[in-house]
Design a protein around this ligand. Structure first.
Ligand code: SAM
Length: 212
């Protein structure tokens, strides 16, 4: 997903009204930022934002925050927002490793992880967004009955994630190894960019939902 570095993308993001600057200063105040008491759902590693923008369009009673590490990728989402703005959606450019500095205890009701980078080398396992280290971070700001929803076509990453949920002391409350053929779990599914790409190649899409 990392696009060629686009000159000026950092500057565009620094001035964009949809992109929250110094997000750690909003810790505990996200509902104030949106100006309502609606629940907050986040996507980590949102890429160009296709999934989150459609979700926000369908659910105006929920506030969404999209997190993306690279300016060059986030820029695409900002361009789409300029064309069709959504009041219930904001973006943050950051590495999710420091996400606990941005959201306070119980501030988030749901976390979406879609086609997260697999980090194939064992020594990089802690960087996977479904590692037990990341679940320990999510534990600090996800509401007690909140859930993590994860989709991928990567079998190794999916199996790793199932293990990590248990090791983190969480539960897998639902799962499928072929989402698009699972009528129940696929209901209301919104395809991400990577999901469209990989399912077009014939790869089955895996999904799990984890809770404490
Ligand atoms: N979710 C999108 C989709 O399904 O089409 C994009 C998937 S892409 C493979 C993974 C994205 O996650 C990339 O844009 C990458 O920059 C972002 N990402 C990976 N690790 C991240 C991290 N630690 N913090 C924030 N973004 C991250």
């Amino acid at each position: 997903m990392r696009l060629r570095n686009i000159p000026g993308s950092r500057e565009v993001i620094a001035e964009n009204i949809w992109c929250v600057q110094a997000p750690e200063t909003k810790k505990g105040c996200w509902q104030e930022l949106f100006g309502n008491a609606h629940p907050i759902h986040i996507e980590i590693g949102m890429g160009k934002g296709q999934f989150l923008m459609e979700l926000a369009r369908r659910n105006p009673e929920i506030n969404y925050v999209g997190i993306e590490k690279y300016s060059s990728v986030l820029l695409r989402a900002l361009q789409k927002m300029e064309e069709a703005p959504l009041d219930n959606l904001r973006f943050i450019r950051m590495d999710a490793e420091t996400i606990t500095e941005v959201f306070a205890k119980d501030e988030v009701a749901r976390i979406y992880l879609n086609f997260s980078d697999p980090w194939p080398k064992d020594r990089h396992a802690k960087r996977r967004l479904t590692s037990r280290e990341f679940f320990a971070r999510y534990d600090k700001f996800l509401q007690q009955d909140g859930q993590v929803e994860f989709k991928t076509d990567n079998v190794g990453l999916f199996d790793f994630s199932l293990e990590q949920v248990e090791l983190a002391g969480w539960r897998v409350v639902d799962q499928t190894r072929d989402l698009h053929r699972d009528e129940r779990m696929n209901q209301d599914n919104i395809m991400t960019e990577y999901e469209e790409r990989f399912s077009a190649l014939g790869n089955p899409i895996r999904k799990l939902i984890a809770m404490r």
